[in-house]
Design a protein around this ligand. Sequence first.
Ligand SMILES: Nc1ncnc2c1ncn2[C@@H]1O[C@H](COP(=O)(O)OP(=O)(O)OP(=O)(O)O)[C@@H](O)[C@H]1O
Ligand SMILES: [Mg+2]
Length: 251
Amino acid sequence: MAEPIIETSHLTKSFKGFKAVDDISLRVEAESIHALIGANGAGKTTCFNLLTKFLRPSDGTIHFKGRDITSLKPDRVARLGMVRSFQISAVFGQLTVLENVKLALQRHRGESYDFWSSVRRLDHLRGRAMELLADVGLTDAADTPAAELPYGRKRALELATTLALDPEVMLLDEPMAGMGTEDVGRIADLIRSVSRGRTVLMVEHNLGVVAELCDRITVLARGGVLVEGDYATVSRDERVIESYIGGAQHA
Ligand SMILES: Nc1ncnc2c1ncn2[C@@H]1O[C@H](COP(=O)(O)OP(=O)(O)OP(=O)(O)O)[C@@H](O)[C@H]1O
Ligand SMILES: [Mg+2]
């Protein structure tokens, strides 16, 4: 088996005795698209928060690229190359789409800046920013204030600002949430194209999207790993059918 880019061992998070994540040993292969699925409350978001160090584990370890990151701070982990989409995707509504991407690029390069005066001084980043906008299909919206974008295109902008950081691993928590069918297809294509040469770990409730996009799927239930495998394996597992559909009814 190839060396995993993310590996957790016995990862556990308790909230006052309640184990939201319970003894999860997860391996994510480099350059794969890996899904975390499971009913509401299964522990998916908590798992993301542990990986990006927004939460401190109660037990267990996390390795990233062979290095123990269990006690690192969130910004260190982001700088090592594991980035969660909302982490940097605080999109500024009053700035244009292009300005938002230029700002994200500038922050990535660690150039010092004074927010308002510098927005106009980012012309040297225009070329790269326009490439990123082309990657996510937003070339025509470059000069539109971000607040005026329809929902699906705002998510595309979020992806562009995430890509501006050039992360090795992107964590996407329900990237399709709240989208209509048309947008779902577009964002799925987008995720596939931006995943080239990167690793994507995503939480997604839309099983059609998971089936189409993901190389590997880990199904969580009550904080633990229920089943892991490719879509064919996971989707015919009785426990998954029961737990997932049973849980979804409470959504
Ligand atoms: N900060 C917290 N304090 C106490 N309990 C928490 C906290 N965060 C999460 N939980 C609990 O941990 C469990 C797992 O929550 P989590 O948000 O990880 O689920 P999820 O799989 O992302 O669910 P969803 O599909 O609804 O997003 C839930 O029972 C939740 O109520
Ligand atoms: Mg969640």
